[in-house]
Design a protein around this ligand. Structure first.
Ligand SMILES: C[S@@+](CC[C@H](N)C(=O)[O-])C[C@H]1O[C@@H](n2cnc3c(N)ncnc32)[C@H](O)[C@@H]1O
Length: 424
């Protein structure tokens, strides 16, 4: 894979308007506070102090100081981003979850310069920041910007594959991973101090969210946070998912390890469809990502389907992540068609094809109802990660570890926070 940069700033580019940048940074702080991505004084102080625009000089100030804009800086030949300055709300949210204090030793996985400078502000002169990136050009860029802004002596930059962590600055009080992982390499746990915290965007069976784990011996205990969309990890930790074509336009993706071969699935869509309406209805802006996570952590042979409205018998929840399960010759999945009587709401429906489809759609519909009874409106699961957990319901196996989704008992009684469904 070769990569290329966004256009570098011309050496004689006009000096940025510092007053305007300062004003925009203050406005950004207000917006970050309003969406609760910024809460505590040490993070506010860091955001106020570090001139973000000097780490992304090729972008207009309006994009640099926006809440949600990702500043993509490196691309593959076919245009996929491999490096970026992440959106401001994601960066501050992760730093809030990391709870970095003065004097701490922190490893940042995935460099760029800006986030490392924020961390340097938070750990202060008695702390230490190490930032590792697999791409030497990213490290060069980070070094240029850290030098220009006066942070070069406060951040150790390393080129390497963070699958092995970074032994140079270990052990760490905090590891902040800024690239999407699909696993928890043993080095990350080993290089954390006891009680240390690992904050990362982790894809669990295709659903990427930000987690904050705390180390207890070989065990990591963590909470699920917001949905995230980081670029995928490269190197040894690159995603091990496989996509099997089901039709010309629909693909089935699974990250089970070892990757199973769903034989005979091509052609399954042509078989008669079984359908079961679940009675679970949502509408408006109600999020349903905990339903997807429930399916991902509870269903055997879980996978996701990619496809648009025209490819399925009903509307999918999202284009790329339709929850599905398969058994080699059969396939079932959950769609969300609008209700004819009330098009702003939809009802989940389980559909399936193949000899085992009748049982599979029943199982999918049951799980949708269990989510509604126990977890709708709740925060989603906590996760426990340990390499030697025995296989069990709710245990997701990855190459290096086992992830147990803890859907707390208390949540079983947690009714929806959303207005009752008025029904058809
Ligand atoms: C979203 S960017 C990092 C953003 C950065 N922290 C910032 O503040 O702007 C993700 C980075 O992870 C790097 N990366 C991908 N796989 C990696 C790996 N295995 N080890 C270390 N870095 C990796 C990419 O080269 C990319 O620069």
């Amino acid at each position: 894979m070769t990569t290329s940069d966004t256009s570098a700033p011309a050496p004689d580019a006009p000096a940025p308007d510092t007053d305007r940048a300062d004003e925009m940074r203050e406005r950004l702080i207000t917006r970050l506070r309003a969406v609760k991505a910024l809460r505590t004084e040490p993070v506010v102080r860091a955001v106020r102090t570090v001139p973000r625009h000097l780490f992304a000089p090729e972008f207009p100030l309006g994009e640099v100081y926006d809440l949600t804009t990702v500043l993509r800086t490196r691309f593959t030949d076919d245009g996929a981003a491999t490096s970026s300055v992440s959106a401001t709300w994601v960066q501050t949210l992760m730093l809030e979850r990391a709870a970095i204090r003065p004097g701490m030793r922190v490893l940042e996985v995935g460099s760029g310069g800006y986030n490392a400078a924020l961390i340097a502000e938070m750990v202060g002169p008695t702390g230490a920041v190490t930032s590792i990136d697999i791409d030497p050009a990213v490290i060069d860029r980070a070094r240029t910007h850290l030098t220009r802004t006066g942070y070069a002596d406060r951040v150790e930059l390393i080129v390497g594959d963070a699958e092995h962590g970074c032994s140079d600055g270990a052990p760490y009080d905090r590891i902040v991973v800024t690239v999407a992982a699909t696993d928890l390499p043993p080095a990350w746990t080993r290089q954390l101090v006891e009680g240390g915290r690992l904050v990362l965007p982790l894809g669990v069976r295709g659903f990427q969210r930000i987690y904050a784990f705390t180390r207890h011996g070989r065990l990591l205990l963590g909470e699920t946070g917001n949905h995230a969309g980081f670029v995928p990890m490269q190197g040894l930790g690159a995603p091990a998912s496989a996509t099997v074509p089901v039709t010309d336009t629909v693909g089935l993706t699974t990250d089970a390890d070892p990757v199973p071969a769903p034989e005979n699935l091509p052609g399954v869509f042509a078989l008669p469809a079984h359908e079961r309406f679940t009675g679970v209805r949502i509408g408006g802006t109600e999020p349903f990502s905990t339903l997807q996570m429930w399916m991902a952590t509870r269903l055997p042979h879980f996978a996701t389907l990619t496809g648009t409205v025209d490819d399925f018998p009903h509307k999918p929840m999202t284009r790329d992540l339709t929850p599905a399960m398969w058994d080699g010759t059969s396939l079932a999945y959950l769609l969300s068609p609008a209700m004819p009587q009330n098009p702003s709401r939809c009802e989940f429906v389980a559909c399936g094809h193949g000899p085992g489809a009748a049982d599979m759609v029943t199982l999918l519909a049951d799980h949708a109802r269990r989510w509604e009874r126990g977890h709708r409106g709740g925060p989603g699961p906590r996760f426990l990660a340990h390499p030697a957990l025995p296989p069990a319901d709710g245990v997701v196996r990855t190459r290096h570890t086992r992830l147990l989704a803890l859907w707390d008992q208390a949540e079983e009684n947690h009714g929806p926070d959303w207005p009752a469904d008025p029904g058809p």
